[in-house]
Design a protein around this ligand. Structure first.
Ligand code: CTP
Ligand code: A1H0Z
Length: 418
């Protein structure tokens, strides 16, 4: 948090996340906000996106009565903070109104929540929301009374006649899609909902419209990023999971003990992976010794570790790294990929020798998966004088990149060979 940002908001801010829908268009028995992405409910990603912003004082999640306990267990399991759960209504507007009602009108109320000056309203099924757009809509709402994110239309809007034929089409460039987040001076949106007709409560889809219709407030429209889209159909879940996997694969840490072969291989892998990730913007690769200093160097951002074990049949280094990762608790929110690299350094050592110990990686991986750490094995024939060594390193880097990108729990404990 840049020091100036907290001051620059200059108002108390809370958020209401409508999450009381049934997700009919997605076609799943589970409401889409509770569908899992990499094993974690979609709504947890959205809550996390807001709770990590420290100038948002309270987050009200509005869910249907039958999902209140589910929501409370998600809050507990993922350690979400500053969350209040409220029962939703039959429509999105009714759910949002219920969320706003939890804030007391009087400062003297015994309710632990304080009425905010500005309230953010953000669909719980829009997980990719960044601090900059939230700050923009909040500051704009402070100035104009209301503000909302918009995006260019992808398709042209047309109106049909009663017989289903085209009546007219709109000039696409003159219109925008209304997205989320939106923000309002609390009293404006609260009054709008109080004055709202039942028809608007039951059939309306636009909060900005309520502020205009009932409080004569013209919301400021703020261009948002492409990632603000709402998960509506099944394809949106696949897209969301793919974006999360891509975000998680941005940093890679190569760890090694200080034995010569391991250090040499670690360096070659590090250089090759760095070259490979140059095409994928923003990725970075680190090389470091596998020890307790790791906790301070990388954890909290890095979810991919390559642990080089100097001995072919020894997973001691990998076990030490698992302990470090477990103590740092970084796999609570996202699965961590840990690739246990083993060197087959001597040509005269038969391939099978030491394999029985390596077979233990399967059981080890099964145990460690319970801690949300996905362990894969990679055997590398390593001879520093081999003229084809770089080819082997390239093959190893390609396998590593594929494992990191896919994060497939079905492949844990498998031993791949570069
Ligand atoms: N009675 C409702 C209906 C919707 N929502 C929430 O409003 C957001 C956006 O609505 P939408 O995408 O329409 O969700 P659903 O109504 O669940 O989807 P569908 O229309 O496909 O059933 C979602 O987070 C949804 O959970 C809500 O809080 N209360
Ligand atoms: O209409 P739905 O319930 O699918 O989703 C609500 C959306 O309309 C809404 O989030 C944006 O258009 C901004 O108001």
């Amino acid at each position: 948090m840049e020091p100036g940002k907290l001051r620059s908001v200059g108002a108390s801010v809370a958020a209401v996340l409508p999450a009381g829908g049934s997700g009919e268009r997605l076609g799943s028995a589970t409401p889409k906000q509770f569908c899992a992405l990499l094993g974690r409910p979609l709504i947890s990603y959205t809550v996390r996106a807001l709770e990590r912003i420290n100038w948002i004082s309270d987050i009200v999640v509005v869910v249907s009565l039958e999902n209140i306990e589910t929501m409370k267990s998600i809050i507990e399991k993922y350690g979400h903070k500053r969350i209040t759960v409220v029962e939703g209504g039959m429509t999105r507007h009714r759910s949002i109104f219920n969320g706003l009602k939890i804030f007391p009108e009087s400062k003297l109320s015994s309710c632990p929540l304080q009425k905010p000056e500005v309230v953010i309203i953000h669909d719980a099924v829009r997980p990719f929301v960044e601090e900059d757009i939230l700050l923009k809509v909040v500051l704009a709402a402070k100035e104009h009374g209301a503000a909302g994110a918009i995006r260019p239309l992808v398709s042209t809007v047309v109106a049909s006649s009663a017989d289903g034929s085209l009546n007219h089409s709109l000039e696409r460039a003159s219109y925008r899609a209304s997205e989320m987040p939106q923000a309002f001076v609390f009293d404006i949106i609260y009054q709008a909902y109080h004055q709202c007709s039942d028809y608007d409560l039951d059939y309306g889809t636009e909060c900005l419209h309520l502020a205009l219709k009932y409080c004569k407030t013209n919301a400021k429209l703020i261009e948002g990023s492409p990632d603000l889209w709402k998960v509506t159909y099944k394809r949106d879940l696949y897209a969301a999971e793919s974006i999360i996997k891509d975000n998680l694969s941005q940093q890679v840490c190569v760890t090694t003990d200080m034995k010569e072969d391991a250090v040499q291989l670690g360096f070659l892998l590090h250089e090759t992976l760095k070259n490979e990730v140059k095409q994928a913007k923003g990725k970075s690769v680190f090389l470091c010794k596998n020890d307790n200093r790791l906790q301070n160097i990388f954890l909290g951002q890095c979810y991919n570790f390559i642990c080089i074990n100097a001995k072919k049949s020894d997973i001691k280094e990998t076990q030490q790294l698992v302990d470090i990762l477990e103590n740092a608790r970084i796999s609570v929110l996202h699965p961590v990929v840990l690739i246990s690299v083993h060197l087959n350094v001597s040509e005269n050592m038969s391939f099978s020798s030491g394999m029985e110990e390596l077979a233990g990686i399967k059981e080890f991986a099964k145990e460690v998966k319970k801690k949300h750490i996905l362990v894969y094995g990679l055997l590398i024939h390593y001879n520093k004088d081999d003229p084809k060594l770089q080819e082997t390193i390239n093959s190893a880097a390609a396998i590593i990149s594929a494992l990191i990108k896919d994060r497939n729990p079905e492949l844990i404990g498998q031993l791949l060979v570069a």
